[in-house]
Design a protein. Structure first.
Length: 278
């Protein structure tokens, strides 16, 4: 079983020394944003599949733990996957399954749309996990600043990414504490009202923990002299050959995908079908 704390220990993972970790922060940030945007606007299933294969290759080159990375992806899927689960039930189309309740059914169009959305989500989460695992937080903030993003917005986004995994870790600790007190939310022996009450307590505890973390972070920043007039240190690094090779590889990948989309999509069968929200 994968240790969640090991999977979320970004400081240790992002401090490695290899070809992917040593790429310029701006190159990694722009590449991740480009892959996410390209995946989100894709309508053929083979597009996110190819992008995911490419990201898995990058993950291997970065020598990241596949188990730990997949654990982090699985932990993040519920944040967007909950909406995707409803897609097969709400989209019009040919009914392929009907429940005992007549108005609850699954359509082919809804199922296909749910599949394409899930594939997009997995690609986006994989890209985010790779970025956060290969770039220390200071490098991410520095990259945002180099790209011209306002200081405050860069700080908010960088802290949000880091706190997302800390948030999940806190939830895991609360669940562990509840289990040590013989509380199992999935047990049929637990009264329904009691489960609802405990879920409410858990949500309230998460908000309190988030507030405490925020106050601790703020106090830590102030104690180090941070203020409204503070400026981030921005180092100047020259672009190496590996950065250009990585950029060229992504450009060639996108060109390859576009050629498949334009000329060979009909020959790819189901994977080449054009899926839309309507």
């Amino acid at each position: 079983m994968v240790n969640i704390n090991d999977a979320l220990d970004l400081d240790v993972v992002s401090a490695q020394n290899n070809v992917i970790h040593n790429l310029d922060g701006r190159v990694k940030l722009i590449s991740v944003l480009f892959i996410i945007i390209y995946s989100v606007f894709s309508n053929q299933l083979f597009v996110p599949i190819i992008l995911e294969i490419f990201l898995l290759i990058v993950m291997g080159l970065a020598k990241l733990s596949f188990k730990a990375s997949f654990t982090r992806i699985l932990l993040l899927i519920p944040f967007g996957g909950a909406i995707i689960l409803f897609q097969p039930f709400i989209h019009p189309g040919n009914i392929i399954w009907v429940s005992s309740i007549s108005w609850i059914h699954i359509t082919d169009a809804g199922l296909n749309w749910g599949i394409i959305l899930m594939s997009r989500l997995i690609v986006c989460l994989t890209a985010i996990v790779i970025l956060s695992s290969t770039s220390p937080m200071q490098e991410v903030v520095e990259s945002f600043r180099k790209l011209g993003m306002p200081r405050d917005l860069a700080m908010i986004l960088s802290i949000m990414v880091r706190f997302l995994f800390m948030f999940i870790d806190e939830l895991a600790q609360i669940r562990k504490s509840q289990k040590s007190r013989n509380f199992d939310i999935h047990s049929k022996l637990t009264p329904y009202k009691w489960r609802i009450k405990q879920v409410g307590y858990t949500v309230a505890m998460m908000f309190l923990k988030s507030y405490e973390k925020g106050e601790t972070t703020y106090s830590s920043m102030v104690s180090r002299g941070f203020s409204n007039d503070s400026q981030f240190y921005v180092s100047r690094k020259k672009m190496t050959k590996s950065n250009y090779v990585f950029i060229i590889s992504i450009v060639l990948l996108i060109l390859f995908i576009e050629i498949l989309v334009i000329f060979y999509a009909p020959q790819l069968g189901y994977f080449g079908l054009h899926f839309t929200a309507t």
